[in-house]
Design a protein around this ligand. Sequence first.
Ligand SMILES: [Zn+2]
Length: 339
Amino acid sequence: MGLLSGSGRSEVAPEPAERNVLKKFHSARYLRALKAASQGHWDSEALGMGIGTSDCPVFEGLYEYAVLAVGATITAAKLILSGSADVAFNPSGGFHHAGPERASGFCYINDVALGCLTLAEAGKKVLYLDVDVHHGDGVAYGFYDRDDVMTISFHQNPGTLFPGTGFEDETGTGQGKGYCINVPLPIGTYDQAYMKAFEAIAPPLITAFNPDVFVFELGADALAGDPLANLYLTNNVYADIIDFLLALDRPILMTGGGGYNVENTARAWALAWTVLCGADSKGEVSLGAGGVMLETTDWQGGLRDRELAVSTQQQNAVLPPIEATIETVKTKVFPIHRL
Ligand SMILES: [Zn+2]
């Protein structure tokens, strides 16, 4: 579609992340075990750290793959810090479940946490926004006691989905109290209901926090039809959120994340990149513009999903818990930011 070139756009080859960078988030013991497993030496100690489970299998070249994928996010952070880029996208990033000493949920090395750390160490206030359908636990807990990185995660209610964390009352500790925000969403959440929660919670907190830069984890597994989750979004939500972020005029480091309906995910990320680099509003991608209006669908006319019909029954099931969540978050977190 010509989206990777054009004025002001470029593809940048990632540098593999260096070990001293990885150690800012992961323990030496864990990195050793991950590298050894990748080279065929796998033991019970590694398994105890989640390496070699069905969700995080061992395969040849695992370590090199993980380090290169993380390196892409670090490369993006450096481009933003040097002023060489206003926006950057690493589709092969967003491994938000990895912990300091734990592989989890298809994630081995937490590139988004390391991206936030790289930016924070340079003195930037970082707003980490996570719209993957799963709670961004590795990042949220990685910065749980810090007030220089605010994490906001919108996800399916953890009572019904992996990893089982990310309830409204997980708000941070110590200096970080009020800087971890979780917005659990009920099964069947659709575009308008999602945006109601987003608009009630994200803009006031982001304005109060006044970040220097955004790290945006765009897992596409909240889309309707994802085989691992139960939300009901179209990719128009992602476009709207990116438009909102762009209007705030701060650099954006965007990554991929989950997304297990591959065609929908590829289209969502292509649309997200289109919006992020300003090609959507300028109409450069004529096929994408007006896709909804023309009732076009998968590859018959654009990147945007059709609007999905929402029944009254679905509205009645979704809206009350969303309204309750909005109130809970407002009660628990907003006063800390004088909202
Ligand atoms: Zn996910």
